[in-house]
Design a protein around this ligand. Sequence first.
Ligand SMILES: Nc1nc2c(ncn2[C@@H]2O[C@H](COP(=O)(O)OP(=O)(O)OP(=O)(O)O)[C@@H](O)[C@H]2O)c(=O)[nH]1
Ligand SMILES: [Mg+2]
Ligand SMILES: [Zn+2]
Length: 222
Amino acid sequence: MKVDIEQRILAANDELASANRSRFADHGVFVLDLMASPGAGKTSTILATIDALRDRYAIAVIEGDIASKVDAEKVRAHGIPAVQINTGGACHLESAMIRRAVDTLDLDALDLIIIENVGNLVCPSDFDLGESAKVMILSVPEGHDKPQKYPNIFQVSEAVILNKCDTMPVFDFDEAEFTSVVRSLNGVAPIFPISATKGDGVAEWAEWLAGRIEAAKAEAAS
Ligand SMILES: Nc1nc2c(ncn2[C@@H]2O[C@H](COP(=O)(O)OP(=O)(O)OP(=O)(O)O)[C@@H](O)[C@H]2O)c(=O)[nH]1
Ligand SMILES: [Mg+2]
Ligand SMILES: [Zn+2]
């Protein structure tokens, strides 16, 4: 019974996600779904990514949180349009929420929408939002064993960001072990070690994202 209901929720979500995806394609907008645990550095990474790419792309952000508008305010203070979604308890975003948020944005004026998903390593990976790519962040203080414990999110991500690398000296994070387990789960996703707040590694991650945006533009033009 529980499985039936879950499948119906996911099927309804997938249908709206397809509609979102067509809409983004019609307007030539690349949409990134950024997933991570609470506090892993999603907002910090978004702000650093904006700084790296704002001269090249028109960017907007959709902030998903259970409550508050703290993160949307941080993005707006950076001079970038932001829409706050409050899920009122739900621990992930769904495609219907994205559709409503997108209604408030001028898609023709945008190249890139970054979605900050609700802090959670589990269900965001099951919900297609109509995004162009899902990317996840793990932060060093969470520990190198997380890919073994939460494999699905590592499998659906097109890239893995390892954030807070500046804290490596104070944690027992085994980067070689982390890389090896991520590789066994996902043979293709690049891993970007960064420090979002200090800026190290952000350029490499931003270039990868720019490459994906350009590839999507080239595909749409062909
Ligand atoms: N040392 C260090 N701290 C960081 C780094 N990135 C983020 N932080 C800090 O980690 C805390 C959480 O960062 P956020 O960017 O708010 O994380 P988040 O994932 O958006 O958090 P939620 O939206 O609440 O789930 C803040 O105090 C940041 O300053 C980093 O690269 N190094
Ligand atoms: Mg945040
Ligand atoms: Zn959830």
